[in-house]
Structures are given as structure tokens and as C-alpha cells.
Design a protein around this ligand. Structure first.
Ligand code: GDP
Length: 139
């Protein structure tokens, strides 16, 4: 099944100039970039994006981190893109991430873990709509 998922290159990775290396891993996995833009989120945008985590103890830290520098938003398309991209990303905690994954290679810690990827078709649709206008997505 062809799916779309939202990918974010987080501020720890843009700060270290890792966009190209991360993009290579995404494209080598057969995922197609159908939308891409570099932005800096306001506190409001980050709070809204991570609303599902608002009760978690790290919520305010996460919002501060995600607004600490530029991020790169992408829509990725491909066969089972949601699960496939989560495999390419690796586990949330880089100490638990499989070898060769983006987080194993580049993440600094469990929070500054270089990338985001949607975790379900429902969240992918919601996150993509939050970040892109339809006309910005070109398949
Ligand atoms: P993901 O789907 O793998 O990104 O993980 P989650 O949805 O559980 O968490 C969202 C994001 O919150 C993660 O990617 C991290 O940036 C951050 N995060 C998750 N767990 C922790 C934690 O225990 N401490 C801190 N400081 N941040 C966390």
C-alpha cells in the first residue's frame, strides 16, 4: 500500500549540518520526498504538534528543543512508508536504536534524536495537514 508520512529533521541535526546524510538514508530506503521545507517553529506550533504528549514530563523540554533552531519538514511517500521510515529512524532512545539507523548514527540523546516520523496513518494525515498546504505536495 502506498502511504505518506511526515518526517522532521530536528534542530540537533540541522545544527550539525546533517540534512544531506539523513536525506541519503531516507532515499536509499526507497522513500520519495514529495514535499520539503525548512522552517523555525514558534512555541505555539511546537505545542500544537506535540499536543498528544502534553501530560508527559518532558513536554515543555521537548517544545523548547523543537523551537531551538531550524527544522526540515518533509512528506515521504512509498510502500508502507510509515513503518518503513520508522525502521530507517530507529528507536526513540539512540542507545536502543539498531545499527545503521539514523538515530543510532546521529542522535545525541533520547530527546535530541535527530528525526521525527509519524507513527500511524491517522497521525500521518493529521501531521501532514498541519505542516503543508496541498499544493506544496508534489508526487
Ligand atoms: P518517537 O515517535 O520515536 O519520536 O517517540 P515519542 O512519540 O515517544 O516521543 C516524541 C519525542 O519526544 C521523541 O522523539 C523525543 O524527541 C522526545 N522524547 C521521548 N521520550 C523522551 C524522554 O523520556 N525524555 C525526553 N527529554 N524527551 C523524550
Amino acid at each position: 500500500m502506498t502511504e505518506r508520512t511526515l518526517s522532521i529533521i530536528k534542530p540537533d541535526a540541522t545544527r550539525r549540518n546533517l540534512e544531506g546524510k539523513i536525506l541519503a538514508k531516507i532515499q536509499d530506503a526507497g522513500l520519495k520526498v514529495v514535499a520539503m521545507k525548512r522552517v523555525r517553529w514558534t512555541k505555539y506550533q511546537a505545542e500544537k504538534f506535540y499536543e498528544v504528549h502534553r501530560e508527559r514530563p518532558f513536554y515543555q523540554d521537548l517544545v523548547a528543543f523543537m523551537t531551538s533552531g531550524p527544522i526540515v519538514l518533509m512528506v515521504l511517500e512509498g510502500e508502507n512508508a510509515i513503518a518503513r521510515y520508522r525502521e530507517v529512524m530507529g528507536a526513540t532512545n539512540p542507545e536502543e536504536a539498531a545499527e545503521g539507523t539514523i538515530r543510532a548514527e546521529f542522535a545525541e540523546n533520547i530527546e535530541a534524536n535527530s528525526v521525527h516520523g509519524s507513527d500511524s496513518p491517522e497521525n500521518a494525515a493529521k501531521e501532514i495537514a498541519m505542516c503543508f498546504d496541498g499544493a506544496e505536495i508534489v508526487g
